[in-house]
Ligand binder design. Structure first.
Ligand code: GAL
Length: 523
């Protein structure tokens, strides 16, 4: 079968890469027709490496009704009419706020020593007046305090996200974007900074690891270019750029606010706060490698996706017309208000995207679109039809080397309802990670997306990302452990990805190729 042939080619390519890597000692072993076994990596993961999972409030909590995403659901924009945590529905979310203690026990049993989660601004501050007067909703405050205490008592280091795609409607009202425009409005920078100030003051004693904004470019692209996220704009390039620059400014101001207000060192390493964004880093490959415009589009999109925010927040550089220099109107070079606002790089990695030139000069710099529909590529596919491309994790880590900052893999995971792919995906990605670290790349932690199945934005509950499956049809949302969870536990305990694991794992099943969830572009 053609895909088997592709897999063998991939195996060959991996063997070449593996032999060249600094960590490998043993010769690669080919255990048979379709099974590739890479060399062992002599250097284990460090003893203080952070192992965890990641979630976002709207995806796992109940009752976030005062939000733009709730409005979005009401407008029927989510597949099958799925709703996040609506208490009146049988198929609502995992209700983490009632299961968090047991879920953290599960995480701990896997050997996790960290957990990334979002503190929902809409839950804490249902109005702007509440925020400006620093008067949070008491129930919400009690919940996040309890969550932090539960982390602490289990030896789990919290990593806290402040903005993960969702706004309270008093900041972003899908029916009134003119006055409540979210990141399109400059006033949001102030609101966000106030939230960062309050969060750092309130939780600084327990939190050292902060993520200001999750996947800013995904937010920009899905909300203002692709139309899948609120406010659902399509190819509004000017607006998208405004949103992106407001987010860059918002991150810088929040960074300052956190450092000014979190002065308590929670983990005793002498640093009270480490702040970054969690950026969606994807490898972009041209749909037709022989086509110069497809190649150019892929290059530009990879820069937009992977480097624009990091360039701004590290070097203070904005190349507004993407011509490679910083001397045009709107450009910024070493802007002191933006630069040096990154203590580590948060990298979310899911795979590659095949990019096609769209030939629309008016849409510059968006001259290409990632194609996530079923395409004949050499790679196995997830339930989303995303290409599985573990070596891309190494490619994006290499791409980040120039920033000379420590890295945390703030998300990595796979949609896999039948638990047929997750184990291999996990092993292949952690192998690439261990090899990259053995070769000297400074990675401090890995957060698997996700701990439990949850609400996957416009795709609702079709894709299942959890190490623990959730039965959404039952009122008590029972969890069941998947095979990959045990494997994660083993890798954490052994601090290495043993080549034996490759020998025992079955190849990716081909049938998922046809039985995917509806395609959702993450970019
Ligand atoms: C990321 C996002 C998460 C989650 C994940 C899985 O882009 O930050 O919220 O949805 O993708 O698709």
């Amino acid at each position: 079968m053609q895909k088997n042939l592709f897999r063998l080619v991939l195996a060959g390519a991996l063997a070449l890469v593996g032999c060249g890597g600094g960590g490998g000692d043993d010769p690669a072993v080919d255990a048979g027709a379709d099974v590739y076994v890479p060399p062992a990596i002599s250097k284990p993961f460090p003893a203080d490496f952070l192992w965890g999972t990641a979630t976002a409030a709207y995806q796992v909590e109940t009752g976030l009704d005062g939000t733009d995403w709730h409005q979005w659901e009401q407008k029927g924009k989510v597949i099958d009419g799925d709703k996040s945590g609506a208490p009146d529905r049988a198929d609502d979310g995992p209700a983490m706020e009632t299961h968090y203690a047991a879920d953290l026990d599960r995480a701990r049993a896997l050997g996790n020593n960290t957990y990334r989660f979002e503190m929902a601004m809409a839950r804490l501050f249902p109005t702007r007046a509440a925020l400006t007067s620093a008067t949070p909703d008491p129930t919400a405050l009690a919940y996040y305090r309890a969550l932090l205490a539960a982390c602490k008592s289990r030896g789990i280091v919290p990593m806290v996200t402040l903005h993960h795609f969702v706004w309270p409607t008093w900041i972003h009202d899908v029916d009134d974007v003119a006055t409540k425009g979210g990141w399109a409005s400059e006033s949001t920078i102030t609101d966000f900074t106030n939230f960062a100030t309050w969060s750092a003051k309130t939780f600084g004693a327990d939190v050292d690891l902060w993520v200001t904004i999750n996947e800013p470019m995904v937010y920009v692209i899905n909300g203002y270019l692709g139309g899948q996220f609120p406010p659902g704009n399509f190819l509004q390039v000017e607006k998208a750029l405004t949103v992106a620059y407001n987010m860059i400014e918002g991150h810088a101001r929040a960074y300052d606010a956190i450092h000014a207000n979190d002065t308590m060192d929670a983990d005793g390493d002498g640093k009270p706060a480490l702040v970054s964004i969690a950026n969606h880093n994807r490898v972009m490959q041209p749909k037709n490698p022989a086509d110069a415009m497809d190649r150019r589009a892929a290059e530009l999109l990879q820069k937009l996706s992977n480097r624009v925010f990091f360039d701004a927040a590290t070097g203070g550089n904005i190349d507004k017309n993407f011509d490679g220099d910083y001397d045009d109107p709107g450009d910024k070079k070493a802007d002191p208000r933006l630069m040096n606002r990154m203590d580590y790089l948060g990298v979310n990695y899911y795979g590659l995207a095949v990019v096609q030139y769209i030939g629309n000069e008016n849409s510059f710099p968006v001259i290409g679109i990632p194609r996530f529909e079923l395409l004949e590529t050499p790679w196995d596919k997830t339930e989303f039809n995303w290409d599985i491309y573990p070596q891309g994790l190494r490619e994006v880590l290499d791409e980040m080397k120039g920033y000379q900052l420590p890295i945390y893999i703030t998300e990595n995971g796979i949609a896999d309802r039948d638990e047929e792919q997750r184990s291999r995906f996990l092993v292949e990605h952690l192998y690439e990670l261990q090899r990259a670290m053995a070769d000297g790349i400074d990675v401090r932690g890995y957060y698997h997306w996700s701990l439990v199945d949850n609400f996957e934005w416009s795709a609702g509950y079709c894709p299942r990302f959890g190490l623990y499956a959730v039965d959404f049809s039952k009122p008590d949302k029972p969890r069941s452990e998947g095979a990959a969870a045990r494997l994660y536990q083993r890798i954490i305990a052994e601090r290495t990805v043993s080549p034996d694991l490759f020998r025992t794992l079955p190849p990716y099943p081909l049938q998922l190729y046809e039985e995917s969830c509806p395609v959702l572009s993450p970019l």
